[in-house]
Design a protein around this ligand. Structure first.
Ligand code: ZN
Length: 365
């Protein structure tokens, strides 16, 4: 724990999410640790990027990493992660089944990866760089410009940063943390929470830089089947990101491929919350740029914060019990074939449709 004086709150009135995080850490719940991953400047203040650790510490435990606020303007993502952290911390005080379960799994929260973007209400960080285009890898297939990432100007969206420079501090911090976690974990599930265009809540898995299936397609298929069977009334659309668009420099592609090259099991997911639903119900919120990415009415914010609790709980329970659903060698081949037909046959022939695809909506992660 790293409690600070209340001047922290006064310094950043535009950052209620960091204030909430600070308040939660001051609760001093036993077994909860925090770590400052890096600091970034908004030109006036140094803003921290912090991680919070809950649950078991032993090497070899499964781990779930929850990330929010990667794109500053999508602050509802940070709030979803914080709301779940707050609920867990409260329940840890009295819920013995939760206390026992969390001894067998590690939960790591990075609620606000891009604090300068949150303060400035921008997608990019303080240097104008889109963190989700900043990893040092190019898409393997042609991408749409500038959406797929561009190096022309920091004043245009989806800027990748200058070629040859190191990754931005926030991106580096996330990569270093994730790599440390997979070194210590039997399995690492990651969920990065975003909001963008579209009416549905989507769970995307890599690759973002290629339409080719990942090598852990069977594992992703098993996970989506487990979610569908365990929570049959959920309406997440679970699919590869490449069904919508391709891009350069995706951090989760980069991390997934690095983990794979080290024979470590990292399964990243992006939750892309369908923000058009909120806009449709309240078109006036489009008067502000942030209104495209964030529900405005308080009851709608509350509904969004409630809505994803089941998914977040499911993820760490799935990680904890992964021996009961991860496919073995014999099942992998069969499941990968089923998954290819399920997700990729439809992509080659859009008219055929897939069980999960529904209407294609453009979405910007
Ligand atoms: Zn986003």
């Amino acid at each position: 724990m790293n409690p600070e004086s209340s001047s922290y709150d006064a310094a950043w009135p535009q950052l209620p999410e960091l204030q909430q995080l600070r308040r939660l850490l001051r609760l001093n719940i036993p077994g909860v640790r925090s770590l400052r991953l890096t600091q970034v400047s908004d030109g006036e203040h140094q803003l921290p990027v912090e991680a919070v650790f809950i649950g078991g510490r032993a090497a070899g435990l499964p781990t779930v990493l929850l990330v929010g606020g990667t794109h500053g303007v999508e602050r509802i993502g940070a709030q979803v992660v914080l709301a779940y952290l707050e609920s867990l911390l409260s329940r840890l005080r009295w819920d013995e089944t939760l206390q026992a379960a969390l001894r067998q799994v590690r939960l790591v929260f990075v609620p606000v990866l891009n604090p300068v973007g949150v303060v400035q209400q921008t997608r990019c960080n303080g240097n104008g760089v889109d963190l989700m285009r900043n990893a040092p890898l190019d898409a393997r297939e042609p991408v749409r410009w500038p959406l797929g990432g561009q190096r022309l100007s920091r004043f245009l969206p989806w800027y990748r940063g200058r070629r040859g420079l190191p990754m931005e501090a926030e991106a580096r911090a996330l990569c270093e943390l994730t790599e440390r976690l997979w070194q210590r974990s039997s399995l690492l599930l990651a969920l990065d929470v975003h909001s963008g265009f579209g009416f549905s809540d989507r769970l995307w898995f890599p690759l973002a830089g290629s339409r080719e299936p990942v090598s852990h397609l069977a594992e992703y298929y098993a996970l989506q089947r487990l979610l569908r069977r365990s929570h049959p009334h959920h309406d997440y659309v679970f699919e590869p990101q490449s069904l919508h668009y391709l891009c350069h420099g995706d951090l989760w592609d980069y991390l997934y491929l690095r983990a794979e090259s080290q024979q470590r099991l990292l399964l990243p997911l992006t939750l892309e919350m369908g923000s058009w639903r909120w806009v449709k119900k309240n078109p006036l919120q489009l008067r502000a740029f942030a209104g495209m990415f964030h529900p405005v009415k308080p009851h709608r914010v509350q509904r969004v914060l409630r809505r994803h609790t089941t998914l977040l709980e499911f993820l760490w329970r799935a990680a904890l019990s992964s021996g009961n659903w991860l496919p073995d060698r014999a099942q992998r081949t069969r499941l990968a074939n089923v998954a290819r037909r399920h997700w990729y046959a439809a992509a080659k022939n859009p008219r055929s449709g897939s069980p999960d695809s529904g209407a294609r909506e453009s979405a910007v992660r």
